[in-house]
Design a protein around this ligand. Structure first.
Ligand code: SF4
Ligand code: SF4
Length: 377
């Protein structure tokens, strides 16, 4: 880590598990979530701590493969393997799970997970229109009741408004950090962008996280430009979620000389777009904003293209890499349209990578990545 605040973030977030366990011992409830469509705001309004449980580690996959098909996406297998082994401290701490009917593999895995913890399954509509927003708002209203029953509490509209305000500030601060990579060269590497967002997402104390993010943004905005990084091709990484443990492609790109300036997936930049309108009915505002999230589970998924265009221009990228986890049909099929859009509309080079969390194909990926970067040069 090259910036002082990054080191502070690392030191503080090394205590994430301990802090969560202490908060739980002091009577706080913990909500485990698996997808960006589950609104953290409602969990916070219920007085709970939301944590993201999407599995990013290869270690838990063999246990999951005893039950789930080997051909399933590694994210689903990794998540389920943690549950089988009881080896994820965040999942162990969770009192309840909130999940969404996104892709087929995930929603069927949740049926098995529901045998281990109380689980509320949000029935996600897979279209983005006004009827779907009305339906999605009803789903959130049911989740509201679920929290009240589970935690024996009452959530007021003011609680929800306060939670929305807090998360808006958190996501604005995250965006401020990510947007520093618009400058040429970007002060952070893609690995630092990913690690910073990943670690802070597990912090129970969101006020502290906001302060750290704003301190980091201030430090990055004042940093002198690195001459060494100036020539690195600027890459936008799109596609499936990534995190510590599933960072293989980001690392390979940067080891081959690229600068990953924007990661537009739901574990990174997509989160920063969830700024909720604070002047509307809070549940309606939440439903509208969250349902608008561009993910390949939506059909059609038009916002994926408008967001790609906007980010490619704002981050001045030289090429786009689309990452798909093996077994993820939605992202794999959509990649064909994304490729056409990137080449024909954005006039940018495009590389599609299909892989998993294991290092088995590293050499083969290296060859493809190096050839792609040579073409950009
Ligand atoms: S890729 Fe889509 S379905 Fe998967 S976690 Fe992200 S938003 Fe949810
Ligand atoms: S990456 Fe694809 S298959 Fe895996 S959980 Fe997300 S949408 Fe489902």
């Amino acid at each position: 880590m090259t910036f002082a605040t990054l080191q502070r973030i690392k030191d503080v977030t090394d205590r994430n598990v301990l802090n969560l366990q202490e908060a739980k011992a002091a009577g706080k409830h913990v909500v485990g979530e698996y997808c960006i469509y589950s609104p953290m705001e409602l969990a916070i309004a219920a007085g709970a701590i939301p944590v993201s449980l999407c599995g990013t580690k290869n270690d838990s996959i063999p246990a999951a493969e005893e039950i789930l098909p080997r051909t399933l996406c590694p994210l689903i297998k990794s998540s389920f393997g943690f549950a089988l082994q009881d080896s994820c401290p965040y999942l162990s701490a969770a009192d309840v799970i909130v999940a969404d009917t996104t892709c087929d593999g995930k929603k069927k895995m949740f049926e098995l997970l529901a045998q281990k913890k109380p689980l509320f399954l949000l029935q996600l509509p897979q279209i983005q229109n006004t009827d779907a927003v009305t339906y999605w708002r009803e789903q959130y209203a049911k989740l509201w009741q679920f929290y009240e029953q589970q935690f024996n509490t009452r959530i007021t509209e003011d609680d929800l408004r306060n939670a929305i305000h807090l998360m808006n500030r958190f996501r604005s601060a995250l965006k401020r950090v990510f947007d520093t990579s618009c400058s040429k060269p970007a002060p952070l590497t893609g690995m630092e962008i990913m690690e910073c967002g990943f670690r802070l997402s597990f912090m129970s104390d969101k006020e502290h996280a906001i302060q750290l993010l704003n301190d980091l943004a201030t430090e990055l905005e004042a940093a002198p430009a690195s001459q060494e990084k100036k020539r690195a091709p600027r890459i936008l990484l799109t596609g499936v979620p990534t995190g510590l443990g599933s960072h293989k492609v980001i690392e390979l790109l940067e080891k081959s000389g690229a600068s990953v300036v924007c990661i537009d997936n739901c574990t990174a930049y997509k989160k920063t777009t969830l700024i909720i309108d604070e002047h509307k009915d809070p549940l309606t505002a939440l439903a509208e904003r969250y349902l608008d999230t561009p993910c390949a589970v939506m059909s059609q998924n038009p916002h994926r293209y408008t967001v790609l265009q906007e980010l490619a221009q704002r981050f001045s990228v030289d090429g786009i890499v689309d990452l798909t986890w093996q077994g993820c049909q939605t992202y794999e099929v959509e990649s064909y349209s994304v490729k056409n859009f990137v080449r024909e509309t954005l006039h940018l080079p495009f590389l599609h990578i299909v892989t998993d969390y294991s290092p088995a194909d590293t050499e083969q990926l290296n060859v493809r990545i190096e050839a792609f970067l040579e073409m950009l040069a």
